[in-house]
Design a protein around this ligand. Sequence first.
Ligand SMILES: Cc1cc2nc3c(=O)[nH]c(=O)nc-3n(C[C@H](O)[C@H](O)[C@H](O)COP(=O)(O)OP(=O)(O)OC[C@H]3O[C@@H](n4cnc5c(N)ncnc54)[C@H](O)[C@@H]3O)c2cc1C
Length: 356
Amino acid sequence: MKVIVIGAGLGGLALANGLRGTGVDVAVYERDASPVTRGQGYRLHLGDVGIDALASVLAPERSAAFLAAAHTPTPRFVRLDPALRVLEERDFGGRHLSVDRQELRDALLADVKGLVTYGRRLTAFQAEGEQVIARFDDGTTATGEVLVGADGAGSAVRRQYLPHARVVGTGLTQLYGKIPREPAEDLDHVFSAVTGPCHRVVGIAHTRDYATLSFSARTKDLPPEPHLLRSLVMEMTSGWHPRIRRMLADWREIFPLALRTSVPIAPWDTTRVTLLGDAAHTMSPAGGAGANLALRDAASLAAALAGGRPLIPELRSYEREMLRSGFAAVRACAADGARILGQDPLPAGDEAEPVA
Ligand SMILES: Cc1cc2nc3c(=O)[nH]c(=O)nc-3n(C[C@H](O)[C@H](O)[C@H](O)COP(=O)(O)OP(=O)(O)OC[C@H]3O[C@@H](n4cnc5c(N)ncnc54)[C@H](O)[C@@H]3O)c2cc1C
């Protein structure tokens, strides 16, 4: 059996790792020209779900080395006011790691480089009997028995396959950048949020080598011109604690992100085309869960495809669980996003009307 994977992000590469050596042939197609075309962003939180999935798809020595090098923050969420008084503390059970996204992507790529073709953007696919043909923007095609859309929040596979599935804005934009670890040393938790008026929030999270600092606000309050953003953030936080102001003055490599969420839908009729990760269930980053679930989807799908059991029932049970856990996280992240960040409520989905 040949599996065509669209997207060499975290989930697509995890799937390729999980299928390596199982006898299932796998080919990954990525729109970026190379693995270094685009910055991968900064820190990611990994909990039990992501750690277990990584350990199940990566070669044992690679996962051991990656996990051993990861940073372990205090397993706690802390919310403070702009004077840095603690408003809320929540302790978490389980394992929690803070990893650099680029390092994670590199670890996932290391053993499957030869399976990835860069510079191929999927434009459409077509099912023909027991085969699926993927078409790319350079005019080339690839054919397999299964097509997996691991192509992220703007998934071209999802847009063609499930045109009723929606990804919507949350009303929020986040500016994301790095600061040195030292000025925020006492805020080395899974996540620290300093919440001010008008849904303006500074978020801090450490990795081994740096801390990330994010500033989120209602999109309408942030200008589209990137060069105005830093001075505007300084203005919006003018009465905040001097330590926050010093961290903002040290802020570097800042980029804006419009935060989006999927709207839960009912399971669809299973075919040889399926989805994983953000392509199926992108969510607000408020819960730090999307990458964990993309990794888990990949591990589950690899097990379903490599088990040698009848394909469609295996894909159907994979999709049921992927949607159940994925959309539960979409809802939980939307609720946290509304409470902590001021995210818009999640629009109603179509789950009450199953597609068959
Ligand atoms: C600010 C922020 C912070 C976050 N923090 C966390 C966190 O701490 N913990 C956590 O678990 N999650 C976090 N997330 C969520 C996490 O980043 C995503 O859930 C995760 O990257 C999804 O992985 P994926 O493989 O599904 O998609 P992606 O990693 O987005 O990969 C998709 C790949 O598909 C490629 N592609 C797209 N279209 C095409 C096409 N047509 N043809 C070919 N290739 C294509 C893309 O170039 C990309 O390489 C955060 C998200 C944001 C925005």
